[in-house]
Design a protein around this ligand. Structure first.
Ligand code: DX5
Ligand code: ZN
Length: 223
């Protein structure tokens, strides 16, 4: 029971240099298990990032699983272009409403579906859909921006998600995103996270590869 296998590290390109993205991704590749791609529409959150064309560009430069976190108000039109661009996983926020049709649409396109809970959203919102998804993302900052402080108050929700996933025997990866670094990775890991997303703690350092290694090492010390 509990977390399955070693922690997986997902650098978030939100903190990379968008003008040198391929180089930044290549640099952290040896310590990366997935690549976290934050897609924001300026409406669901007050920030604007990238969309399917940049995902397609990334696809040409990396073999990593492209884990797209959609912070957009109307995600459904984006599934097809993202699939065509080579996205592997797409996660949508449960705050948008019943995700049943969206999950089915992603499956039809060969996309691995995920659900996201903002910090204030209870786990209950995702529970009816756990059997249908591959990834559950518990956010530990308000979505929209990198480099915010980790909200430790989400840890009980993370631990409860772990418990339910294990109790139901599901193959759902549990991801945490926001404020993850060397100090907080062990906390998230101890509460059951499988995948640790980290943006600024990796890319806003002089040596992103070493920073990713240190987070991996810190996480392996617990759970
Ligand atoms: C925030 C994004 C995160 C962000 C995390 O809305 O979902 O993926 O990149 O950044 P850090 O790791 O700096 O908190
Ligand atoms: Zn994210």
């Amino acid at each position: 029971m509990g977390t399955r296998g070693p922690a997986r590290i997902a650098p978030s390109i939100l903190a990379a240099d968008f003008a040198t993205l391929a180089d930044d991704v290549a640099r952290v590749r040896p310590q990366s298990d997935l690549l976290h791609v934050d897609i924001m529409d300026g409406h669901f959150v007050r920030n604007l990032t990238i969309g399917p064309p940049v995902v397609a560009s990334l696809r040409a430069h990396t073999d990593l699983f492209l884990d797209c976190h959609l912070m957009v108000s109307d995600p459904s039109w984006m599934f097809e272009p993202l699939a065509a661009a080579g996205a592997n996983g797409v996660s949508i926020h449960v705050e948008l409403g019943d995700p049943t049709d969206a999950i089915a649409a992603m499956r039809r396109l060969g996309i691995s579906p995920g659900l996201v809970l903002s910090p204030g959203t209870p786990l209950d919102a995702a529970l009816p859909h756990l059997e249908a998804i591959d990834l559950l993302l518990v956010m530990s900052v308000e979505p929209g921006f990198g480099a915010q402080a980790f909200k430790a108050e989400v840890l009980p929700k993370l631990a409860e998600a772990r418990r339910v996933i294990d109790e139901r025997g599901l193959d759902v990866a549990l991801q945490i995103d926001g404020g993850i670094g060397e100090q907080t990775a062990p906390l998230a890991r101890a509460s059951g996270a499988d995948i640790l997303v980290a943006g600024s703690a990796i890319f806003a350092t002089a040596d992103p590869l070493a920073a990713a290694y240190r987070i991996r090492h810190a996480a392996s010390g617990s759970a």
